[in-house]
Write a protein that binds this ligand. Structure first.
Ligand code: SAH
Length: 190
């Protein structure tokens, strides 16, 4: 999977492309749980579309990518992703227009704006409407917060796997060339 990076990444939106290995690992786990092939999938905060493209390759149908950044959506569309431009706060089933079985997402980790991932869990809950699952990445140190979000939304939280997650310096405030974060893959299921 060679999905292009953001052309001019926006720090406030925490635009980091998921490393291909991490995206593939998470997609494969979801696939093994029978939550990709033949399923209706939404890639929330799709950026340039790595999860949407991967899900399509694994047989998901339909697949929709949603993001607030028109530039990133242009790149995703170029990969063949069907896209909708929206802030995650406004995402609901009416916007998507069909039922959703599985949500895939790599939300902002909240490094710039604390709690920036919270509207993503809420949007996933609205889309899934009491069934299905959201597969996502988060800093493992925020697991307690994630557990609270899941409980509040009536879901179960399961930690699927861990990766050392290198983030290359790309914004002016980054001091180190590469910093490695402890990131885990989670399944929030209803
Ligand atoms: N899913 C992509 C991008 C992850 S970066 C990948 O895995 O490579 C986080 C993405 O969330 C960015 O594309 C950013 O534009 C988007 N985003 C951040 N805040 C958002 C919001 N409030 N509404 C919609 N998208 C948002």
């Amino acid at each position: 999977m060679a999905v292009p990076d953001f052309v001019s990444p926006d720090a406030a939106l925490e635009q980091y492309r998921t490393p291909a290995k991490v995206a593939t690992d998470l997609l494969w786990e979801a696939h093994q749980e029978d939550e990709i092939r033949g399923r209706s999938v939404v890639d929330l905060g799709c950026g340039t579309g790595v999860f949407a493209v991967g899900a399509t390759i694994l047989g998901a149908d339909p697949v929709v990518g949603i993001d607030v950044d028109p530039g990133a959506l242009g790149i995703a569309r170029h990969q063949g992703v069907h896209t909708i431009e929206s802030d995650v706060a406004d995402v609901d089933l009416d916007l998507v227009g069909h039922p959703v079985d599985t949500v895939l997402m790599n939300p902002p980790f909240g490094a710039q704006n604390k709690g920036a991932d919270r509207p993503f869990y809420e949007a996933a809950a609205r889309l899934l409407d009491g069934r299905g699952a959201a597969w996502f990445l988060a800093l493992s140190k925020t697991e307690k917060f994630l557990g609270h979000q899941a409980a509040r939304l009536g879901a179960d939280l399961e930690r699927i796997m861990d990766w050392p997650y290198p983030i290359e310096a790309r914004f002016a405030f980054h001091r180190d060339e590469v910093r490695t974060f402890e990131v885990a893959g989670y399944r929030m299921g209803w």
